[in-house]
Design a protein around this ligand. Sequence first.
Ligand code: NAD
Length: 498
Amino acid sequence: MSAVPRFSAQTDSFTEYAEARNFIGGAWRDATGGLPSQAVDNPRWGRPIARVQMSSAADVASAVAAGKAAQPAWGAMPIRERAQVLFRAREIMLRDLRELAWLVSHENGKIYAEAEAEVLKGIECLEYGCSLPNLAAGELLEVSRGVSCELTYEPLGVVAGIVPFNFPCMVPLWMLPQALVGGNAFVLKPSERVPLSSLKLAAVFEEAGLPAGILNLVQGGREAVEAICDHPDIAAVGFVGSTKVAKLVYGRACGTGKRALCLGGAKNHLVVVPDAEPELTVDNVVASFTGCAGQRCMAASVLLAVGDVDHILAGVAEKAARIQLGTELGPVTTEAAVRRMTAYVDEAERQGAKVLVDGRGKKGTEEGFWFGPTVLDGVRPEMPAGREEIFGPILSIIRVSNIEEALHIENANPYGNASAVYTTSGDVANRIMGAAEAGMCGVNVGVPVPREPFGFGGWNDSCFGQGNLTGWDGFRFWTRQRKITRKWALQKDATWMS
Ligand code: NAD
């Protein structure tokens, strides 16, 4: 029986939940080391629904020791048997979809429909993991007369993942399927702001039959992350979060000889040209910058308006202004985020931008952390709102006269997560898609998240390390390749290879 209680909420009503503890070696344990626990706020109601324990380096060491003890037996199982756990986990997640989605909604603040979409996307990642036994066949070739080379994918041992607050259920599932089916033991460090979904995920995998010690949770913040980077028995670290921390984790983990892939922040640009289809563009742009209250690394942040697209911009402003806080748009995660967003809009206004739609001071509940959809016109690329990640439902419009100017502005920005163009011209689309400095691009798609089996990962300051975190690249990241060269006595005279 799992020690994780059911989350009983069926609506947005304030509902308390269990304290977030560590799950190590198949048992729920308290963090050690004396760091004070922290509140986990429900952003809609602005008060804590739970507390999260903060782990020390000793807790990380316990999790690694549990992983190290359990991994050899797990890694020795045939891949098909390991994948069976994921098939069962998928069924359990579908059975508990509403509970998982309400939990995500309460701890993160996103509205229920967005939370359910997040859980479903996590399930899609599990399905990719289920398919790995059919994809992960190695390679074999006769490389010389009587001599064959074979390539196999082997576990790394104990690996770790560090995840952000904005997708508490999905982002762990960007890593776990490939890492677990690849035969590793995993140490997951959830965001201390949203640690509760990870409790349910651990319970799901436990019920699905994952052996004790193969998935370990270490709750906490910076201390736990630094201990993960430094631990000599962790072979690889996956990270998703802000660019500042991604760089720190990448440097520190690589510095101790680990493999690391660290996805960072974003400043995504959308290019809108005059021939864009108005209705599709308006709907997409608004959904892109307001969805999940703008707290998506794939959210639109800058709209590069090429020439006269005023009819589309008017539609964007009108639609954004109609969005109802509370039912259509959730809160942002902290009070500090509200202050940060307010400061960006104040500063843009001070520097001459026009606030077409003003989300400052808007609220969905009296107590929660809210910021309404905001559209700024006349932003310049050098303004903070034009170049920095804000991570809220704020769209900065920068006016340009042609697509070359749009590309210049977009590509001068150090981030490189997503880029999109709205046009009915294939020629324009090809020009932008061929030159944008971004890893994930959309044509008339505002949130161009690659669906499985395509891998998720940006470029430049949005990603440190090589390749994508999901899809086939993810499997390669969490495994190492063994090359076996064979020759037999009966063929010994047939080749020059010794
Ligand atoms: P964050 O960088 O503050 O935190 C991410 C993780 O790092 C958390 O687990 C946190 O506990 C830990 N952490 C925070 N500060 C640390 C420090 N100084 N040292 C060591 N560890 C530390 O990010 P966040 O606010 O949780 O998430 C939002 C950010 O994540 C945004 O920048 C967003 O763009 C980015 N993000 C990127 C992707 C992507 O795929 N590129 C996806 C989701 C979110």
